[in-house]
Design a protein around this ligand. Structure first.
Ligand SMILES: [Zn+2]
Ligand SMILES: [Zn+2]
Length: 341
């Protein structure tokens, strides 16, 4: 089978290679991958900015069909349409594993970085990671379950939302457009901020339910937010762009005693006026990836149609299309890029 691999440490060293098909050991499931999303992490892996264990097949956002069951697997059958959580191995007994926070486990080994991932025709994972896709979720939409689960954890499970509140969100990319929908599902109004390069994404944000969108290069975000909140400011702000100036701008838009949630990753230190956290008495939250409950919430939101991930799946590539996919990602083409192995 073909697989897109990080073949050696260093910048670059990503190739499509011919590999033996994996077979499931005891307790494992072999999945025929139908769609696999390209994440910022994969770009960081390309640039050697994210720790991996090469040679390894990349990719951790997938949907597919159960192709074979290892010994002892029950509750799934060949042909089931599925997605998979990403923690191939955790220790199971550290304080975090025992507290239901496997994302904090020091022994965590994830697909696509430490264990062969989803940019291939087949992947093998422990059965306990596999979830069936709801009937109304196709393979492209289903491949976005992982980023949606990340957003559920960062935007819904950790901050505290009250229906009727106002949220402001920066960065209308895939993560921002998922955050928008997750936050709206909780009955919170959402203002999405972007710049000139985001015009198409802002119009997609409106289609997906944004109450207001603002091009901050042309319109007055502060005036709008004040007008909507009796002059107080946003109850909660979500930074989804991973851009320092956006993080700084949100400090000005959040109200006193409000919440600031960092969802995007910057990839470098940024300038941020931390003192405002005291003056405004802000609650600041950050999250890493997912916990098991995030997947249940994500799949339920998709099943009920409260979050639509399909419209974000904009650009599709074959497994030998990595160079094109990389160029599209860096040219900010589309919203979510996916392989169809
Ligand atoms: Zn990801
Ligand atoms: Zn652990």
């Amino acid at each position: 089978m073909k697989g897109v691999m990080k073949v050696a440490p260093g910048v670059g060293n990503v190739e499509t290679r011919e590999l033996p098909e994996p077979s499931p050991s005891v307790g494992q499931v072999k999945i025929r991958v139908k769609a696999a999303g390209i994440c910022g992490t994969d770009i960081h892996i390309y640039y050697d900015e994210f720790k991996v264990n090469p040679p390894v097949v990349m990719g951790h956002e997938l949907s597919g069909v159960v192709a074979e069951l290892g010994e002892g697997v029950t509750g799934l059958k060949v042909g089931d349409r599925v997605t998979s959580e990403t923690y191939f191995h955790t220790c199971g007994w550290c304080r975090y594993c025992r507290a239901g926070k496997p994302n904090m486990c020091a022994e965590r080994k994830s697909i696509g970085s430490h264990v062969n991932g989803a940019f291939a025709e087949y992947i093998v994972v422990p059965a306990g990671l596999v979830h069936r896709l709801p009937d109304n979720v196709d393979f492209l939409a289903g491949a976005l379950t992982e980023p949606l689960a990340c957003v559920v954890h960062g935007a819904l499970e950790v901050p505290h939302l009250i229906p009727g509140e106002l949220a402001v969100l920066t960065g209308p990319g895939a993560i921002g457009l998922l955050t928008l929908q997750v936050v709206r599902s909780a009955g919170v109004r959402v203002v999405v901020l972007g710049t000139d390069v985001d015009e198409e994404r802002l119009s997609l944000a409106r289609e997906l339910g944004a109450d207001y969108t603002v091009n901050v290069q042309r319109e007055d975000a502060a005036g709008l937010v004040k007008g909507l909140t009796d002059g107080f400011g946003a109850d909660i702000v979500y930074e989804c762009s991973g851009a320092g100036p956006a993080a700084q701008q949100l400090l000005g838009l959040v109200r006193k005693a409000g919440q600031y949630a960092q969802v995007g990753l910057f990839g470098k230190p940024v300038t941020w006026d931390l003192e405002q956290v005291c003056y405004k008495q802000l609650s600041v939250t950050g999250t890493l990836a997912t916990v098991p409950s995030s997947w249940h919430h994500a799949l339920r939101l998709m099943a009920q149609g409260k979050v639509r991930t399909g419209p974000l799946a904009t650009n599709l590539f074959p497994l030998d299309g990595w160079p094109d996919a990389l160029a599209a990602f860096e040219g900010r083409k589309g919203v979510k890029l996916l392989f169809q192995p």
